[in-house]
Design a protein around this ligand. Structure first.
Ligand code: ZN
Length: 259
């Protein structure tokens, strides 16, 4: 399955992947014309790092009209959906399977908020970066080979996204794509059911106990929880949601459509 035309599904696809999404008013109509076929995702950093980086991406700068990318990824992992149409972000360059010096009409740009020296990525932002790329690539029927760093594509000396090893990034993105594609096996389902039923043991009156049982024992930075090692470092809610969505898919494959 490939996709031709504007990605009007961007917000839905990201939300379905469990990501936080802010839809900017008018995003479906914003852009410099219509997409041709969409072949991949180009990853950038904003080289700002502040809460207002999205303004330049949406409105442009003196030498270049906005929008400059379809998506902005905030440091807390939230995606801002800026535009569904073509954006000016790729510049000149090349990548196997992409048109040389003309990628804007064929790839979705993600501007991730960062100072641009590679030192300020947050774990939750990097996680959302990979999950977002995986969700888009699945939707357009491509794999992680079409998830590209601007510096890899550019013939103009771009350095973004600084500090991210794109080979490792692609490996992680591909693993997410494949995990989502695979229906859950019966032992996997049983493992999660056993875990959930096993862990409703005695809970004290302390709210913290309940929170820890749901989210994992350790808290990561700023309200992010580490999850449970038995659940692939996911919280109970995330593991359950994943299980239900993958069981639904399995059911759809097993049950022939009624005529
Ligand atoms: Zn860039």
């Amino acid at each position: 399955m490939s996709w031709t035309g504007d990605p009007i599904w961007l917000a839905d696809v990201l939300r379905e992947a469990g990501l936080r999404v802010i839809e900017h008013e008018g995003w479906r109509e914003r852009g410099h014309g219509d997409f041709a076929d969409i072949r991949g995702v180009l990853c950038h950093h904003t080289a700002g790092g502040g809460a207002n980086d999205w303004r330049i991406v949406q409105y442009g700068r003196p030498d270049l009209d906005g929008p400059l990318a379809q998506l902005v990824l905030e440091r807390d992992g939230t995606y801002r959906v800026i535009a569904a149409g073509v954006c000016w972000h790729a510049g000149r360059g090349s990548w196997p399977g992409w048109p040389t010096d003309n990628a804007n009409y064929h790839v979705i740009g993600i501007e991730a908020v960062s100072r641009g020296d590679g030192s300020d990525w947050t774990p939750v932002q990097l996680d959302a970066y990979k999950r977002g790329c995986a969700a888009i690539l699945r939707r357009i029927g491509r794999d992680a080979n079409d998830c590209v760093g601007h510096r890899e594509y550019s013939s103009e000396g771009k350095i973004d996204p600084a500090g991210i090893d794109m080979d490792e990034f692609r490996t992680d993105v591909q693993a997410i794509i494949e995990r989502e594609d695979a229906p859950m096996s019966a032992p996997e389902v049983q493992q999660i059911i056993d875990f959930i039923s096993g862990f409703c043991g005695p809970i004290g009156s302390d709210v913290k106990d309940i929170r820890e049982q749901l989210c994992g024992l350790e808290q990561r930075d700023r309200g992010q929880y580490k999850g449970w090692p038995q659940l692939d470092d996911r919280t109970v809610v995330d593991a359950l949601a994943d299980m239900i969505s993958r069981m639904d898919k399995l059911e759809r494959r097993l049950v022939p459509p009624s005529s």
